[in-house]
Design a protein around this ligand. Structure first.
Ligand code: AMP
Length: 401
């Protein structure tokens, strides 16, 4: 099947040709016709499966130039919002639609003026709600409402914001909801937001042939040394090292630098400007090793990531699936290596039970033991100012990451 046989509007088809998309991925093949027909959709699919175009192509087709805000896309993180917006811009290149991103951490004024001419808005729930309350965003004409990575938005404590947003947009709209998992809160939202929704599910697992997964038991004291050894041995193209906390991210990235590995930290404690710079450098390959927390790297589409290292094992198995989904994207191969010390075994067992992954034990001979300095948490100007907790996190259960 080719996109040209899917009855896609000419201008959008032209954009797809331009970016080299010829054949739809499975989720695109299944979703596009249904969304075109106007059905609500509940999509469950793996990261890297082409989800953005699955909803983005029909969305861009349906939106009319100059017709006020017609599509509202919610995403859990600013990075994901930017990425979705960038993809939608590519799909609508010939249609010349105005796509406005809306998220916190940056000045609100350019967003206000952008919103006046926008036809599509992509943003995080908090700032979108902020604009709605200020009256700077007219949602009376919204006909498509998209919730991407809905489970993650709920985990981050956005549920009330999302429900308030939904109450303030037209009821006779089309709702497209994507989520890797379905919690009870999500089922509540799903049932109240959608009507006769079609369910689309593609396999959550990345194919074992292109993504090889390994683990290696290691003493906590020598974990860092093993990481350095693996980086030197594996010679990754681009790699992401995942840690469970910001503090570990900072400590690991600084110690890597001490060992001449040019690593950069990415987590939610950094200023928005700093995060954008880190991502840009990683996209360009200026930084080749990113040390990150889960949420900071979630949903990101970075090509050519060859290696994922799990310095800690995530407590939630879904996070493991998301981490390894950063590599082996769009048909390219990749390796995920998990370093297991005593504290990680419980989490690792949960992962194996949840996904029945094929994770091989990695054989490693001796490696050099290096010192690991305990750096104090960074308080430099790249970090967000310490606003009162309540102001920053309105949702009670919003996770700090
Ligand atoms: P996504 O799951 O939307 O983040 O997409 C994952 C990756 O696959 C991105 O790099 C897309 O550019 C790429 N991609 C999505 N759809 C297609 C397609 N039909 N043909 C080729 N590449 C695609």
């Amino acid at each position: 099947m080719k996109f040209e046989n899917m009855n896609i509007e000419k201008s959008v088809l032209g954009s797809l040709n331009d970016i080299g998309f010829e054949e739809p991925t499975r989720i695109q093949y299944e979703s596009i016709p249904i969304i075109k027909k106007g059905y609500d959709v509940i999509g469950q699919s793996e990261t890297g499966s082409g989800k953005t175009a699955a909803f983005g192509v029909p969305l861009v087709e349906k939106v009319v130039k100059g017709g006020k805000i017609q599509a509202l896309v919610l995403a859990p993180t600013r990075e994901l919002a930017r990425q979705i917006a960038s993809d939608l811009k590519k799909f609508s290149r010939f249609k010349k639609l105005h796509i406005q991103t809306v998220y916190g951490g940056v000045s609100i004024r350019p967003q206000i003026s952008g919103l006046r001419k926008a036809e599509i808005v992509v943003g995080t729930p908090g700032r979108i709600l902020d604009h709605m309350r200020r009256g700077t965003m007219n949602t009376s004409n919204v006909k498509i409402f998209v919730l991407d990575e809905a489970d993650e938005m709920i985990d981050m404590g956005f549920i009330e914001d999302i429900e308030t947003i939904e109450k303030n947009i037209p009821k006779n709209r089309q709702t497209l909801m994507f989520s890797a998992t379905m919690s009870d809160s999500l089922i509540r939202i799903r049932d109240s937001f959608t009507k006769n929704a079609k369910k689309i599910k593609t396999k959550i697992k990345v194919s074992d042939d292109i993504l090889k997964q390994y683990y290696r038991d290691v003493n906590q004291k020598t974990k860092f040394s093993l990481l350095v050894h693996l980086i030197k041995q594996e010679k990754p193209g681009l790699s992401i090292i995942f840690c469970n906390t910001r503090r570990t991210v900072d400590a690991v990235s600084r110690n890597l630098k001490d060992n001449n590995v040019n690593a950069t930290a990415l987590h939610g404690g950094l200023s928005q400007a700093r995060r954008e710079k880190v991502m840009e450098d990683f996209h360009k390959g200026i930084t080749r090793v990113l040390v990150a927390t889960d949420v900071a790297a979630r949903g990101l589409d970075i090509k050519n990531v060859t290696h994922i290292f799990n310095y800690d094992i995530p407590k939630d198995p879904e996070n493991y699936a998301n981490r390894i989904g950063r590599t082996a994207r769009a048909g390219k191969s990749g390796k995920a290596i998990s370093l297991l010390s005593r504290d990680d075994h419980g989490s690792f067992t949960r992962i194996i039970k949840t996904f029945s992954y094929d994770i091989e034990k990695m054989k490693i001979t001796n490696f050099k033991v290096l010192p690991f300095k305990k750096y104090q948490p960074n308080r430099n100007r790249n970090f967000r100012s310490r606003r009162p907790f309540r102001k920053r996190f309105r949702g009670k259960s919003r996770r700090r990451w």
